[in-house]
Structures are given as C-alpha cells and as structure tokens.
Design a protein around this ligand. Structure first.
Ligand code: ACO
Length: 325
C-alpha cells in the first residue's frame, strides 16, 4: 500500500550582501571577536540593506529553490513563510512572495514560532500536503532580525543576522517502506511558561510598537540541549532510526556550543553535523534552510540521505523533523 509523503524537490537561499564581522561590530558595542567566537562560534552575520525587507529575502530564496527544483512558480499552490520579522503586522509577508512570483491561486500565509518556525512550517505543510489540501508547496524561513535588535545590548546584538532559505516540497506517493523519500516524521513542542526568557518587548496589541529582542541567554542555554535532544529522541522512537543511521544533522544555528553539546548527547558524529552559525549568526527561522543550502551546494547532502533537522527558540518552542532527501 502506498503512502503520501512530502518530498523535497529543491532548495534555495539568499543572504543580504553586507557581511558584518565581529571585529567591526566590536567597534560599536563593548565586545570582542574573541569573546563572540569563544561563547558562540559566530564570526560574522549578514545585515539587510536599508529598504531590503523580509519578503525581499524570501522572494530571492524562493526563486532559487524553484530554479533548483526545476519547477514553474505556477505549479505552487501553497506558500508558508516562517518569520518573526514580517514586513508589516499584516498582511502576511507570504502574500508578497506569492504576488512577486505571479501566483494568484492556492494559499499563502505566515507562521510564527520564532527560531523553531521552519520546523513548524515544514510540519504544517506536510500535514496539508498529506491531507490533499495542496500538491506542491514553498516552505520558506526568512528574517530581518537586525531590525528588532537593541544594538546597545551586547548580550543579544552580537548573536543574530538576516537571511532566507526555502524548500520546494511536493506530495508524492511512496511505497510506505523504510527507504521512502520525503518527510518521515515531525515532532512539535512548546511551553509558554518560558515566554519571558526570550521575547520582543513590543507588539501591535501591547505597546503599539515593534519592540526589541530581550533574552536571558544563560537560561535559554540551560534548557536548549535537553529540549532539543528530547524531541529528536521522539523522531527516533517514531521511525526506528538511530543516531548511527543519520547522514546529516542540520540543527538550528544559534550557538556552536549548543549544537556540539546536542550532537554529543545524541551520539551523532561531529563530521555529520552541518554548522553555518560561524558565517550566518542566528538567523532564526531562516537558519535551517540556509544551512541545508550550504550542505547541498558543497555536495554533502545528496538524494537518498537521511537528514535530521531540529530547532528551539522563543516561547519556548522546539521541534524535529526527519527527512529522506
Ligand atoms: N561581549 C563581551 N562580553 C559579553 C557579551 C559580549 N557580546 N555579552 C555578555 N557579556 C558578558 C556578560 O556581561 C557577563 O559579564 P559579567 O560576568 O561581568 O557579568 C559575561 O559576559 C558572561 O555572560 P553570560 O550571559 O553568562 O555568558 P554566557 O556564557 O551564557 O554566553 C550567550 C552568553 C552566548 C548569549 C549564551 O548564553 C547563549 O548562547 N545562550 C543561548 C542563546 C540562544 O541560543 N538564543 C537563541 C534561541 S533561538 C530564538 O528563539 C531567537
């Protein structure tokens, strides 16, 4: 008996032109390249140009993903854009992407789960595709976190960057076997008791302002590894796969120490871990598709590979996805 699976057809990414290195940043904030690299692994981040909005980054990433998949934009009937930094409070930035691609059928909407947004978007799209609500989707993570940073707060402004990444995902009939391509399992979690540890101090219904990102970094760090490993164990339990079966581990890129500790606790070999936080910083919902794109372009991720994704972020929210590429 065949089963419907969401199979990845293509991947694309876009980074704003301007790269801001630690040394340059340390000229305006009381920090140093040494501190940032040692505590986070970050060496540089990209910053959107004045007037360059989240939807612009998303459109570029979407076009690259469509080209990589070799499919026409008109074949897309669902666009889900994960972002916490939309162009406007409404409408969704996803409809700007839809309009720019010349699509006026199907549905487009934004999804907000902060750094877990891309995993949440993948799980949402997977559900809609498998239910028959759509046939071929763009799943995008795009952020301009530089716009919500307090550039005088050295505890947060050194950590984040801007960027976008996208996947084209299609509903396909698969044999229902262990070798099936596509999304094999997704697991989403949240716990709002932690919402004050990582939040933005503004919003349309509270202050009427956009606000700035606030974070208790040490408290976030303390919870991150346990939450990440827990939800990955759920993916292993659901599929019967183990750390040894994983070809590539593509985690949310927040901090190299969190990535290393998670991989170590799970028993995933360091050479299987895709790390881009050094070049991109934390791009929130964009970090996973940006990292996927790097590992596809340099030849690491190939069709048939078993790829493990995870993310954890504000809320707290966290989640995992296991994909046969
Ligand atoms: N440069 C120099 N010194 C700094 C900086 C900086 N940029 N930032 C903080 N410090 C100082 C602090 O003031 C403190 O000084 P003190 O000892 O004199 O008081 C000292 O460094 C240690 O500060 P801590 O915050 O305890 O440092 P820590 O080792 O915890 O590292 C960090 C901070 C990097 C933020 C770490 O806690 C972390 O990565 N946490 C997780 C963050 C994260 O992953 N966030 C994203 C979640 S995803 C999302 O949803 C957006």
């Amino acid at each position: 008996m065949t089963v419907t699976r969401s199979v990845v057809l293509g991947c694309g990414a876009y980074l704003p032109e301007r790269a801001l290195g630690n040394a340059e940043l340390a000229r305006t904030v009381d920090s140093s390249d040494e501190w940032i690299v040692q505590r986070t692994g970050i060496r540089q981040r990209h910053i959107a140009a004045s007037g360059e909005m989240t939807s612009h980054l998303a459109i570029n990433a979407a076009r690259a993903a469509l080209a990589d998949a070799g499919v026409d934009a008109q074949s897309i009937d669902l666009i889900v854009l994960a972002t916490s930094t939309p162009d406007q409070t409404f409408p969704a930035s996803a409809v700007s992407v839809q309009a720019a691609l010349g699509i006026n059928h199907g549905a487009a909407f934004d999804l907000q789960a902060v750094c877990s947004g891309f995993v949440y978007a993948l799980a949402t799209v997977d559900g809609l595709l498998r239910a028959g609500n759509a046939k071929r989707a763009l799943v995008i993570g795009a952020e301009t976190f530089s716009r919500i940073l307090d550039w005088t707060d050295r505890g947060t402004c050194v950590l984040f960057g801007d960027g976008a990444g996208a996947l084209v995902v299609e509903a396909q009939q698969q044999p229902g076997a262990r070798e099936d391509r596509g999304l094999l399992t997704t697991h989403l979690r949240s716990d709002g008791r932690h919402k004050a540890k990582l939040y933005v101090d503004g919003g349309p219904s509270s202050t009427g302002t956009v606000g700035h990102l606030r974070m208790e970094g040490r408290a976030v760090f303390k919870h991150a590894v346990a939450m990440i490993t827990d939800v990955i164990e759920d993916a292993f339990k659901a599929t019967g796969y183990t750390a040894d079966d994983i070809d590539w581990f593509v985690p949310h890129q927040a901090n190299k120490r969190i990535i290393d500790d998670s991989a170590h606790k799970l028993g995933i070999a360091p050479e299987k871990v895709v790390v881009t936080v050094d070049r991109h910083g934390n791009t929130s919902a964009a970090s996973i598709p940006l990292a996927l794109d790097v590992a596809i372009r340099d030849g690491r991720i190939k069709p048939g590979d078993l790829v493990l994704l995870e993310a954890m972020g504000g809320g707290f929210t966290w989640g995992s996805a296991l994909v046969r590429w």
